[in-house]
Ligand binder design. Structure first.
Ligand code: ADP
Ligand code: MG
Length: 375
């Protein structure tokens, strides 16, 4: 057994004078990549890795210290004016308070600490976990998971300036243990689809930084808009593979492959949800493989390292399926693994990938966890 992390310690034994204790998990997306920006479907799971805030309620200030970034000192936000830091990690807290104030929500002051098991900047959405944890800590009224996720998304979009969909925040607020969260990104409806009891999630960071990702991300979005226009629909959500086939020869060679990825990926998300709903694990591996292939060939957002990492996983006994997850150009893969030997599998995948790539990967094992809560 490894020692409990600072976040686990905080959760298990918060400072004696604290009367507020909240946790908000990070997430991994099982399938449905670049579908959210096309009003399609995604299927994330909340991870056991979570951000914890413990503190004492009272007064008109949100005062927090992050045990993960001690050099940044104590962040202080005035709840009456919304004034707080506009740089460093504190800008996330300022942004959350700003949105809550704008909505006229009842807030309480907090003096406390936070710590997280979600690795910062690795693509497991430590930012959403932070926003949700801060919001739950300062909120002095109940807010349902969808509304909570939306206000945290707004904080990230407007306050931090990162354009992201709702998936990260909603996976953190709205998940249930043992299930993935099927999210319809147009209707904003969700369904909990159970994972087979014997399966868990392995996330491995390829240790390739995602430098190219923002310009390439914008280019992909633009190509999807072009494809939707070519197909005469407002968004690729409404296009069909038959329509794409009809227009195939008149479309740009790159744009039509981008569209094919989105259309087939949406179908794979729904296929996976259907398989999970009926307790059928048989198609899962092939669906993950097809998603990776489509992201690599049609959407061209994989890298040689992500391909190597998927190969390393697929060569390891106990792995059911594997693919890149997130926007690509580096970042992580997600695999479904047998939970009984998940740690062993993790070590073997890390070893194989390190050997193949010469890089130093990190990996995390988790079951599908519960969404955020006030403890
Ligand atoms: P990701 O969401 O993929 O982890 P982001 O770049 O979106 O990566 O968010 C990471 C940033 O969020 C960090 O640089 C930091 O500013 C902030 N953050 C997240 N978790 C914490 C934490 N536990 N303590 C302090 N800051 C955090
Ligand atoms: Mg983030």
């Amino acid at each position: 057994m490894t020692d409990p992390s600072p976040a686990q310690q905080l959760l298990a034994s918060p400072p004696p004078d604290s009367d507020v204790l909240v946790r908000a998990p990070g997430r991994a997306n099982l399938i449905g990549e670049y579908t959210d920006v096309n009003e399609g479907w995604v299927l994330p799971v909340a991870l056991e890795l979570a951000t914890v805030v413990a503190g004492r309620a009272g007064g008109g200030l949100l005062r927090l210290r992050s045990l993960d970034l001690p050099d940044e000192g104590t962040v202080e936000i005035d709840l009456a004016t919304g004034r707080g830091p506009s740089s460093g990690w504190g800008r996330y807290a300022t942004a959350v308070v700003e949105v809550l104030r704008d909505q006229g929500r009842a807030l309480r002051g907090i003096d406390g600490v936070l710590a997280s098991d979600v690795p910062l900047g690795a693509g497991l959405s430590s930012s959403a976990a932070l926003e949700v944890a801060v919001a739950l800590a300062v909120l002095d009224e109940p807010v349902d998971p969808l509304a909570l996720a939306q206000l945290c998304q707004r904080a990230e979009n407007e306050g931090v300036g990162v354009q992201s969909g709702l998936m990260d925040q909603l996976a953190s607020t709205g998940s249930q243990a043992g299930a993935a969260l099927l999210l319809d990104c147009r209707e904003l409806t969700t369904e909990h689809v159970p994972l087979p009891p014997g399966l868990g999630v392995l996330v491995v960071d390829s240790a390739v930084s995602r430098d190219l990702s923002s310009s390439a991300y914008n280019e992909r979005r633009q190509q999807c808009e072009q494809a939707a226009a070519d197909l005469g629909v407002g968004s690729l959500r409404d296009a069909t593979l038959d329509a794409l086939e009809d227009r195939w020869s008149s479309m740009d060679e790159v744009v039509r492959r981008r569209a094919r990825h989105v259309l087939t990926e949406n179908a794979r998300v729904l296929d996976m949800a259907r398989a999970l709903r009926s307790g059928d694990a048989a198609p899962l591996g092939a669906l993950l493989a097809a998603s990776h292939e489509s992201l690599a060939r049609d959407f061209e957002v994989s890298t040689p390292e992500l391909d190597q990492l998927v190969e390393a996983a697929l060569a390891t006994p106990g792995v059911v399926g594997s693919r890149m997850t997130g926007a690509g150009f580096g970042g992580c893969t997600v695999s479904l693994v047998e939970v009984d030997r998940a740690q062993e599998v993790r070590e073997e995948v890390l070893r194989r990938y390190a050997q193949a790539s010469g890089r130093a990967p990190r990996g995390w094992v988790s079951t599908a966890a519960d969404g955020a809560s006030v403890v």
